[in-house]
Design a binder for this molecule. Structure first.
Ligand code: ADP
Length: 510
């Protein structure tokens, strides 16, 4: 028998359940209500995921189609009294399942919506940031463009941009002013509108070549301003777009007339100096020749007088005449040599010789000459130096001159001559000969070092209160000979400390 009160309670529960806020309060309400049904002692809600035990008398699933939303477990005291309510309860449970499903759907929707909202908010924020950033870039771009434009507009150099067909797109006021127009007027014009045909032809050919090669060029060329032609230096650079396609050409040019004039003046001055030098060396050459013969005669006679019956005093004078004549003759020889070198008339010879012996002989000779000077002469020779091929006489001249200077400009201490050999690996038939002449003498001031190899430069003629001879040709001859042999000469020197001259020569083994 169905109890009307019990059925009424079921209906009432059905209408209340919908309005309960959450699942927990829903099921505690339902379980409590269903416990009042006839024959029921206990009702529990069991979640679908919960472990199942077999304690219940009856289990009614909360099913919507295939989806289970858990079960209601009934513990019965009187199954017969309960039996008539089973169908109602199944309906009741279906209704509960629908409510649960609907709530879950709604919750999911809410979650989804809030997620969506979150994403929209995030994207909006990103967009706003992007916009702000772009604005910043635009502003700084505008500013930098403004700065660049001001710069280009105020530059004294001429700047222009042409398109792929050499049509002017833009130019700065400085250039437009030269052509007597405003910058905007240049737009759409070509060089043919402003220059004679041949000039425009040349500019166009240059543009074409540069755009085709894609490589910028520096060009010295002619331009016209106020009908006057003048010389300019132009830099033309191809312009390319993002796809590296050439879109036109950027040109910058400036007046170099003054520079050109200065260069021309310099060239003329050099030419004049060379002519003057030539005349000078020609003159010296002639004079030297004229000097030589009478000098030799004087020397001969002074020798002759020394052997005659003369007073001591007369003998002394004859000796002085002889020595001074020797000096003079050496000078004359130097002059003639320098003049021949200058004219390129000196030919180097190549014979086999032993550099060790050559240098040793020179140093020994010098030893005799300076016996009374109180200088120590040191000779360091690398014994591994092989016999070499070259111009022995000219090499000796180089060493003699450097050693002569070292002795001449050193009053105390020592003079060291050193020669070394560096064989060229792995072929040992060539190598480098190093000659160093080092002294502890007067030294040369730093600002003079650059000049000492020039002809007729000398600095210590009367240093230390005595005359030191020379006309400043020695180092000039040395340098010219070293150059002729394809070698190098360097000098390191300090006033009051001393000097070192180093010559290197690449020579073949004999
Ligand atoms: P000079 O005939 O005057 O010796 P050089 O051409 O041989 O001419 O040398 C030029 C000048 O360089 C000399 O006048 C001298 O002032 C300086 N000089 C050359 N060698 C030395 C040296 N070893 N020590 C100091 N000064 C030197």
């Amino acid at each position: 028998m169905l109890n009307a009160q019990a059925l009424g309670q079921l209906l009432l529960m059905q209408s209340i359940v919908i309005s309960l806020p959450d699942e927990k309060s829903m099921f505690s309400f339902v379980c409590r209500g269903l416990r009042d049904l006839p024959g029921v002692s206990e009702v529990r809600y069991v979640d679908a995921s919960q472990e199942q035990t077999d304690k219940a008398s009856i289990r009614i699933p909360l099913l919507i189609g295939e989806i289970s939303r858990g079960e209601l477990w009934f513990t019965l005291t009187d199954p017969d009294a309960f039996a008539p309510y089973l169908d109602y309860l199944k309906n009741f449970c279906f209704m509960l399942a629908v409510i649960l499903e609907e709530r879950r759907q709604r919750q999911q929707n809410k979650l989804f919506q809030s997620q969506l909202e979150g994403r929209i908010q995030e994207r909006t924020r990103q967009l706003q940031e992007e916009i702000a950033e772009r604005k910043l870039i635009e502003t700084s771009l505008r500013e930098s463009e403004g700065r660049f434009r001001t710069l280009v507009e105020n530059l004294p150099v001429k700047v222009f941009i042409k398109d792929r067909h050499s049509v002017y797109v833009e130019c700065n006021p400085s250039y437009a002013m030269d052509l007597g127009v405003r910058p905007e007027e240049m737009r759409g014009k070509t060089d043919y509108d402003y220059y004679p045909k041949e000039m425009a032809d040349k500019y166009r050919a240059d543009d074409k070549r540069i755009m085709e090669s894609g490589r910028g060029e520096e060009i010295e060329e002619e331009h016209i301003k106020d009908g006057q032609s003048y010389c300019v230096q132009t830099i033309k650079t191809p312009l390319v777009d993002e796809a590296r396609q050439v879109t036109g050409i950027l040109g910058v040019f400036w007046d170099i007339t003054k520079r050109k004039m200065a260069e021309e003046l310099l060239r003329k001055a050099k030419e004049e100096a060379e002519t003057a030098n030539k005349a000078k060396s020609e003159f010296l050459n002639n004079i030297a020749h004229d000097f030589r013969t009478p000098m030799q005669a004087i020397m001969g006679f002074s020798e002759f007088f020394r052997s005659e019956q003369l007073t001591e005093r007369q003998k002394k004078y004859a000796k002085i005449i002889n020595e001074k004549s020797k000096d003079l003759l050496l000078l004359v020889e130097d002059l003639l040599d320098a003049s021949r070198l200058e004219k390129g008339r000196v030919k180097l010879r190549s014979t086999a010789f032993d550099p060790k012996k050559s240098v040793r002989d020179i140093v020994e000779m010098a030893q005799i000459d300076i016996a009374d000077k109180g200088l120590r002469l040191i000779c360091l020779i690398d014994e591994h130096i092989p016999r070499l091929k070259g111009d022995e006489i000219r090499l000796n001249q180089i060493v003699t001159n450097l050693l002569g200077n070292a002795v001449k400009y050193t009053d105390s201490g020592e003079v060291t001559v050193r020669i070394d050999w560096q064989a060229q690996e792995p072929v040992r038939d060539k190598g480098r000969l190093l000659i160093s002449v080092k002294d502890t003498g007067l030294g040369i001031a730093g600002d003079k070092l650059g000049d000492i190899f020039e002809a007729f430069t000398r600095f210590h003629e009367f240093a230390g209160g005595r005359e030191r001879g020379g006309v400043g040709l020695g180092l000039y001859i040395v340098k010219t000979l070293v150059d002729l042999m394809g070698g190098t000469i360097t000098v390191a020197s300090e006033i009051g400390v001393g000097s070192e001259f180093v010559v290197t020569l690449d020579l073949e083994v004999a």
